[in-house]
Design a protein around this ligand. Structure first.
Ligand SMILES: [Zn+2]
Length: 196
C-alpha cells in the first residue's frame, strides 16, 4: 500500500506512506515543471514506482490527471508524514493571475466553515476559463446562524483562509440560506455570465 486513510474524525486527506516504493511528485499542469512539496501546494500528481514489480498497478492508478493538494504540517491524528487530498482534475483548473485554482479546492475551504456557511456557493466567471481576472468572484450562502452584522468578519476569515491555502482573495457576494438551486446530481459550481 502506498497510502492510508486518516483515522481522524474530520477528513484530513490521505497519508502518503509509500516512500520506499514510489516517488511522489507534483507537477504544474501548464508549465509541466515540478512543484515544491509545501503545505497547501497543488499540482498534477505524478507517481514513479521505484520497484519494477510494483509498476503495473501503480502506473495504472496514477496516470490519471488528478490534481492533489499536499499538507506537510502534522496531521491532528499524530501521523507525521505528508498527506494529500484529491482536489480536482487538470481540466477543471482556473488561473487567477497565474495562480492555479481548482473549484474543488474552493469548495474544501467553504466546507471548512460548517456552522457559518450552508456549503452552497458559485464561482462566477465573466469570461471562459481558465483565465480569471482577479479578484475571483464567489457567491456564498451564509447559514441561518449568521446575522448581517457577522458577515464582514466572516468574509475576512474566508478570504484569509483562501489566501493562506489557495493564494487567492475572492470578492464575496453574500446570499441568504437556500438561495441557490440545489442539483439532484452533481452541483454545478460555475456560473457563466458570458453565456446567455
Ligand atoms: Zn491523520
Amino acid at each position: 500500500m502506498n497510502m492510508a486513510p486518516c483515522d481522524h474524525p474530520v477528513y484530513q486527506g490521505m497519508h502518503w506512506i509509500a516512500d520506499d516504493y514510489a516517488y511522489y511528485e507534483l507537477v504544474d499542469p501548464e508549465k509541466k515543471k515540478p512543484v515544491p512539496i509545501e503545505h497547501g501546494a497543488t499540482g498534477i500528481m505524478v507517481g514513479t514506482s521505484l520497484h519494477p514489480e510494483a509498476a503495473v498497478w501503480f502506473d495504472m492508478r496514477f496516470t490519471m490527471m488528478d490534481i492533489h493538494q499536499v499538507f506537510t504540517e502534522p496531521c491532528p491524528c499524530g501521523f507525521s508524514g505528508f498527506r494529500y487530498k484529491i482536489i480536482g482534475r487538470a481540466d477543471d483548473m482556473l488561473k487567477v493571475k497565474g495562480v492555479p485554482v481548482y473549484p474543488a479546492a474552493i469548495e474544501g475551504v467553504i466546507h471548512s466553515f460548517p456552522d457559518k456557511l450552508t456549503g452552497a456557493f458559485r464561482i462566477v466567471l465573466d469570461e471562459p476559463p481558465p483565465r480569471v481576472v482577479p479578484p475571483i468572484k464567489l457567491k456564498i450562502e451564509h447559514s441561518s446562524a449568521v446575522g448581517e452584522a457577522d458577515l464582514p468578519g466572516l468574509e475576512r476569515d474566508i478570504q484569509e483562509k483562501m489566501h493562506q491555502l489557495l493564494k487567492i482573495r475572492p470578492a464575496i457576494t453574500w446570499l441568504k440560506p437556500d438561495t441557490l438551486e440545489r442539483a439532484v446530481k452533481k452541483t454545478q459550481l460555475i456560473e457563466k455570465t458570458y453565456e446567455p
